[in-house]
Design a protein around this ligand. Structure first.
Ligand code: PMP
Ligand code: GLN
Length: 380
């Protein structure tokens, strides 16, 4: 393993899901639903395979029907206009979009400011690009960005801000005022912004606001999303980028040599999914809101300090009230102690002190699974 990837051995998600399988524990670690998305969308994927649509290499940027559906989605939900041919790119999940964008846009030594805790692929991809990550720590209890601190982190080497809203793992959803302040800094310092919006439809009360819609931002923003979370098919790995034509062209150049193209038949199915009526998106949100409260109440009753999220399907907790200090140790022993798996937030921090006692649970599971997990945690 080269020096750039030193210390990035095995992702926490692989470690904890393997532990869940080995111990037969309830897996509230890795974020994937235990109920698949809409039946008709699964049927569309099967139909595409059986009728030979997408079984051979689809077009590199994605099939036209999906690129059009993505552009229509941005228009329908946010009033943002993108040209499906030059301003939309289909990727192998958001994960590839993140990698391709960072590899395409960064020079070695460039600084990237990212909210910490950060989704683990950010650190790895910034490292693979030979760039330097500069964390802006979101601190409990609010986990909101300190915008003066953000300003103070900008140097002549800063090239890019990497933001994530709704934010994994804290559930923070950036407000219009916060986004406007970030946008102003980006314009003032001529920075690019990569915005990871994979949880865009998993927002409970505040609404999701894409930064690309703010003044001066369209030309400097690479927006990333994915079908995985919105349609509960995380295994399909269909993601996308929307951005101005020069930025999409840069990201496409990198994507060509990472995967060349993304899975064909699933693109047909996701194109249909993006056209689902508003009722689908409302029901998803309502269902997850109920699950959030079910798990949050249970975790509070079990003695955790709970930071109820505004979005995503994760709850961050502090284990200090349980007499525990170390989230990593806690998560490694939890399966044995009570048959539940969770994720230690500390792995998402450079500044590990800020995340040491924080532990993340996902609530994208059936109610009876959440209830059973809470009961087990109550016996700790
Ligand atoms: N970004 C964030 C913040 C995530 O939580 C995830 C979860 N998988 C991804 C990106 C990756 O999305 P995908 O599965 O589409 O690659
Ligand atoms: N995004 C999900 C999570 O944060 C899954 C990530 C993964 O498996 N790489 O749990």
């Amino acid at each position: 393993l080269n020096r750039r990837l030193a210390g990035l051995g095995t992702t926490i998600f692989a470690e904890m899901s393997a532990l869940a399988a080995a111990t037969g524990s309830i897996n509230l670690g890795q974020g994937f639903p235990d109920t698949d998305g809409p039946r008709e969308i699964a049927e569309a994927a099967a139909e595409a395979v059986l009728t030979g649509r997408g079984n051979q290499y689809p077009p590199g940027p994605g099939i036209p029907g999906l690129r059009t559906a993505i552009a229509e989605h941005q228009q329908r939900f946010y009033g943002l206009a993108y040209d499906p041919d030059s301003e939309v790119l289909v990727t192998a999940g958001a994960t590839e979009a993140i990698a391709a964008a960072l590899l395409a846009l960064l020079e070695p030594g460039d600084e990237v400011i990212a909210f910490e805790p950060f989704y683990d692929s950010y650190a790895a991809c910034i490292a693979m690009a030979g760039a330097v990550r500069v964390p802006l720590t979101l601190r409990q209890p609010s986990f909101r960005p300190d915008l003066d601190e953000l300003r103070s982190l900008i140097t002549p080497r800063t090239r890019l801000l990497l933001i994530n809203t709704p934010h994994n793992p804290t559930g923070t959803v950036l407000t219009p005022a916060e986004l406007a302040a970030i946008a102003e800094l980006a314009v003032e310092h001529d920075l690019l912004v990569i915005t990871d919006e994979v949880y865009e439809h998993l927002v409970f009360a505040t609404g999701h606001h894409p930064i690309a819609g703010l003044p001066g931002m369209r030309e400097r923003t690479v927006a990333i999303s994915s079908a995985g979370k919105t349609f509960s098919f995380t295994g399909w790995k269909v993601g996308w980028v929307t951005a101005s034509a020069p930025l999409v062209s840069a990201v496409r150049t990198a994507k060509q040599y990472l995967t060349y193209v993304s899975a064909g038949p699933f693109q047909y199915a996701v194109a249909e999914a993006l056209h689902l009526p508003d009722g689908y998106f409302d029901a998803l949100r309502a269902d997850l809101l109920r699950k959030r409260d079910l798990l949050a109440d249970g975790l509070s009753a079990a003695g955790f300090q709970v930071f109820s999220p505004e979005g995503t399907y994760f709850i961050t907790t502090d284990i200090t009230p349980l007499g525990e200090k170390d989230g990593l140790e806690f998560c490694r022993s939890l399966p044995e102690r009570c048959g539940v798996v969770a994720i230690p937030n500390v792995v998402f921090y450079d500044n590990t002190e800020a995340g040491r006692s924080l532990v993340r649970f996902t609530f994208c599971k059936r109610d009876e699974v959440l209830r059973e997990a809470v009961e087990r945690l109550g016996r700790l």
